[in-house]
Design a protein. Structure first.
Length: 312
């Protein structure tokens, strides 16, 4: 897959396929662990349809209705994904605990093993396709999908292992244990994987709230701005940045001494271009807006991040 839309379409198709297989297998095996997996994939399929639409919007230029473009839609979709996965996980956890307290449930282990084997192979294949696609596509939507399929692969693999144990227990005659295996499995999977949707949703929420990106992104950008201004004297440099989705917005306010040569003051466009080029070496796509002030009357101590730079 060499395009974002084809990669997301493949992800949506696989989610629908596994989800439908999960619902059918649940009816045949009476396993809530399989039901959890099936519901997870069907919900993800519905969100994937929106994701495909958002991926097309994100590549559009800004408009009068959306003057800052459509990148915030990517964060919104990832927030919805995280919350939906979290909701399904909590529902499954509550249901599993209730089943444990009422004596567990009998399942058909043979059919469950067949489904779990299929689901593990399908999820692993999809995660591998997402990983390969990232060589050609740089997209937070594809990155979120890859994370989802990795988690899904782990869940399906754990379900497969557990149902194999059920078949082993049946052969050993441990009938008293069998009704509880499915519920214990659901609880274990939810507890182990609950951090994934929480992290996904919290990251997307921080982006929607215009929080400064993590230092791994922010610090190289600040250093790039300092290099772009290395050849001139400055009184103060403040850098603000937000990253909704894949796009990084950078606003640089440069306070210049009044006694700078007229040539330097008049050459602001060249300085803007130099800063923009330095920033793009570390991050793309990016919108870099540079504002110059010829004295130190403008100041906002509580806003932005000060870039330390020794005078030339």
């Amino acid at each position: 897959m060499k395009t974002e839309s084809s990669t997301l379409a493949f992800s949506a198709f696989m989610a629908l396929l596994i989800g439908c297989a999960g619902i059918v297998a649940t009816l045949a095996s009476n396993s809530q662990a399989i039901l959890l997996d099936g519901l997870f994939n069907l919900i993800y399929f519905s969100v994937a349809l929106v994701t495909i639409k958002v991926s097309k919007l994100a590549s559009r230029p800004d408009s009068e209705s959306y003057p800052f473009g459509y990148s915030y839609f990517e964060s919104l979709v990832n927030l919805c994904k995280g919350l939906l996965i979290l909701g399904v996980s909590i529902f499954a956890l509550v249901d599993a605990v209730a089943a444990l307290l009422t004596g567990g449930r009998e399942i058909s282990a043979g059919l469950a093993v067949i489904y779990a084997l299929f689901a593990t192979a399908a999820c692993s294949l999809t995660a591998w396709v997402m990983h390969r696609s990232q060589r050609h596509v740089s997209s937070p939507l594809v990155a979120a999908d890859k994370l989802n399929w990795l988690v899904n692969s782990v869940i399906s693999g754990a379900v497969l292992a557990a149902f194999c144990f059920v078949m082993l227990f049946e052969r050993l005659g441990w009938q008293a244990v069998l009704p509880y295996v499915d519920s214990v499995l659901v609880i274990a999977v939810v507890v182990l994987c609950l951090g994934v949707p929480v992290r996904m949703a919290s990251q997307a929420l921080r982006e929607l709230l215009n929080k400064t990106p993590e230092e791994a992104v922010a610090e190289p950008v600040r250093q790039a701005v300092a290099r772009g201004l290395a050849e001139i004297d400055t009184l103060e440099v403040r850098v603000r940045m937000v990253r909704p989705g894949r796009l990084l917005y950078v606003i640089v306010h440069v306070v210049l001494p009044k006694d700078l040569p007229e040539a330097t003051l008049a050459n602001q466009d060249a300085l803007r271009q130099r800063i923009d080029e330095e920033v793009r070496r570390y991050y793309s796509p990016v919108v870099c807006d540079v504002v110059f002030t010829a004295d130190n009357r403008w100041a906002a101590p509580s806003c932005g991040l000060l870039v330390e730079k020794s005078a030339s």
